[in-house]
Design a protein around this ligand. Sequence first.
Ligand code: PLP
Length: 440
Amino acid sequence: MKVNITPKIEKIIERDKKVLFTTTREVFPFMPDHGEGDFVYDVAGNKFIDFSSFISVYNFGVNNSAAIRQKIKKQIDTLSHAAFTDFYNEKPVEFAEKLMSMMPGGFGRLFFSNSGTEANEAAIKLSKLFTKRNNLMAFYGGFHGRTLGSLALTTGRSIHRKHFGPFSGVIHVPYPNPYRCPFKTDTPEDCSNACLDYIENTVFVRDVGPEEVAAIFFEPIQGEGGYIVPPKEFAKGLKKLAEKYGILFVDDEVQAGYMRTGKFLALEHFGVTADIYTMAKSAGGGLPIGLTVARRSLGDIPAGAHSNTFGGNLASVAAADAVLTYVKANKSRLEESIKRKGAYVMKRLKHMKEEYEIVGDVRGLGLMIGVELVRDKKSKTPGAEEQDKILRECFFNGLVIMPAGVSSIRIIPPLTIDERNLEAGLDIFEDAVKRVNAQE
Ligand SMILES: Cc1ncc(COP(=O)(O)O)c(C=O)c1O
């Protein structure tokens, strides 16, 4: 084992447990101290390759580039908080204009908040205001946040919801997972059709009339649910259904957006556009931001109907603007390199799938890639213990990598990762899989 957990780290964790509520940390004792680009160092000086992008936030390298940091510092020295929801300021306006130039034609208006869950809360309220309808639809296995509105949409794991209900006004429908189709069909296309048919001919007939549904919330790749890529044709079918009944299509790009899949928005891979988009995580380059963008033709909302204190915070907007400026300037170069690196990762993972019994499925788009672990390929029993073991093996050998869903591992290095570091990270990952596979 390369990584040394010192008494200092153990003591801080002990203090943490006494004064702070438990959140999601549970797998390994990682205490990052500083980092740049592809690498991060913990407080004991252990060096790690980053395959987590700090949960999809540092898409362009740990702690951003010096140029991006400089822009953030400059704004903090001028004015951080300008009460933008009550007063006016050019910088958030400029950012919104820039963002619209990255969106599919005809967009729109932006609402600022501070996180992914808030971006979805805004989408919930906007879609209800626009349609004057009360119900929402979302997918089983979906993750849209943990505040009570977005939590009503979220059904990743039952622990997320336990004791927090009752939740009302949200109908959940099956997500077409090609590896584990809820309707046990033979092909991804059949799975897609079965899910769409269930919405139209069961849900709309037995649960709620489509004229009562304001919006359907869709992740173009289910992230927290296990990095599940739906069949190619599904988003088109869903959009068609939404249009038929006047239901707004909300595309949650909080995790998959901002170039992660090789396109600015992951939905672009499926050839459809949404009515409302939500973004967060990497949009703020490490500072909190939530973005909700709605099609212009949906109109505006009355003053006071939705607002907050920190929306459009100038420090966050400076960070977001610096990140977006970088993306805009480098878009075609990023598209090409993400495609190339993603193909390399998939090639290695496909080889691992053939080699190791516990690798059940590998899937992804661009550099948003998931590996689903199983006890064995035939039963497909989720390999939850295998997941834990592999994550720890990786960590103690110098690779920060995170779980997704009950038995998957997400491979989301910085999009700018050097190809030698990508290879070195995959070597650590493969060694871990090999060792855990041999224990079974
Ligand atoms: C798709 C998606 N939507 C929403 C959220 C919630 O974002 P936040 O944790 O910033 O509230 C997440 C977080 O993982 C997410 O993956």
